[in-house]
Design a protein around this ligand. Sequence first.
Ligand code: MSP
Length: 514
Amino acid sequence: MSQKTYYITTPIYYVNGAPHLGHAYTSTAADTLARWHRLAGEDVFFLTGTDEHGQKVEAAARQAGVEPQAFTDGIAADFRDMAARMNISNDDFVRTTQPRHKAAAQALWQRLEEAGAIYLGAYEGYYAVRDEAYYDESELTRRPDGTMVATATGAPVELVNEPSYFFRLSDYQDRLLDYYEAHPGFIAPQAKRNEIVSFVKSGLRDLSISRTKFSWGVPVPGNESHVMYVWLDALVNYLTAIGYPDMEAQRAHYWPASLHLVGKEIIRFHAVYWPAFLMAAGLPLPHRVFSHGWWTVEGEKMSKSLGNFIDVRPLVEEVGLDQVRYFLLREVPFGNDGDFSRRALITRVNADLANGLGNLAQRTLSFIAKNAGGQIPPRGILQEADHTLLAQASALPERVDAAMARIAFHEALDEVWKLIRAADAYIDHQAPWSLRKTDLPRMNTVLYTLCGVLRVVGIVLQPFMPDSMARLLDYLGVGAERSLDSLDTSLAEGTVLPAPTGLFPRLLEDPHAD
Ligand code: MSP
């Protein structure tokens, strides 16, 4: 049987500014899913990258007084650095300025043209450079100072009047609605699905897909006075990386993508335009588009004018990488908006990691080091309490898997923490420190049981906190085989354990957090 494939993507990030918490969030979520599916033995392809064309990036380069290519080279490198520092395990990094991408974007264009889905006309209407999006008048609000902004995003719009190629989006209204109906899981969460369905039902107009007022883009094949609309260009990245237009290429079997993970503001591009382009090109549609919420920072929207963008890298230096990864995925139900504050971060890390998991591991492992010869203790006859705890542990991977299938990281973590709390209660109840004086075989059985539980926790949490869980599994003497399947074998009694050190130091409460 051929191995199940799992192709997951992040949006490709605009290189008009440095990477921040919002980008780190999408990437960490996608990384955790990619790692989870690898752990489950699937053939995973995980893609991220940078979106480097368009008016917004061109303007940022101009403002910096640098040629667009040199400018994007610098910022793309910064995004790669952020990914490395967040331990993002992407298999490829696509840049839309790469020749392979230009070739893929032009090939898709030609395909759309051959399919009769493109015509030349003129666009007269509004465009928001900040969102790189066209807006209908009905989607705009007039500010008291007379300027027009997009109601949904607050981005200023300008009136555009220029020759443009159009994609026959209006032809796809019914086909899209039929598709959503036949594939209820295609857009998630449900609220977003409803929003998209009513947007499509309200009527689709043909989409302008080329611009002539600037040149920083992929030239339209056969008419180089036009560059492709940056969103058409950008969406093609998901095909570029698998070798499109060569559908026999080595990675072509990953298509269609299993999941496009995107922020809520870009769902329309992924759930309306992208599937319509793919339908027109005769390509299969991705299985799912999931939209996550937005972070505010200490109650405020992150913005240039407030200067409150959070670069996660100094934060990682300060509180630890896995602590930041954990916080991002645990603090807010995935799909909802959330607020980032130092106080919330410190409270969460101390409660769940230092006092919760870290303390459970340290209690168990340092007790074994001191009182059980620093080895996995021999297991005696199991009692009911042991069976109950071990059964809860064995059920964990499946429960986490179910939550991950719903892209509900917070629920997955909550399942793990239920087990951690049960293990804490078990230690208190079994009191190995008393058994040390009265019943050594029983003490060993209790410690053995705890090691078994910690191993399940360590294995299941690897996708969330790869480095710290690698350490935990080292402390438990677990060898190189650390997949979900490895849980079928029992821990080897007598394995000599290294001296444990604390996994998650307690953070000092921040006196300036208010
Ligand atoms: N270039 C487009 C995507 C093209 S995909 C074919 C783009 N880039 S972006 O850099 O603006 O945003 C990329 C991702 O970062 C989005 O998923 C977005 O939701 C996420 N975030 C940016 N700011 C954010 C927050 N404040 N909070 C959470 N995520 C946010 O859009």
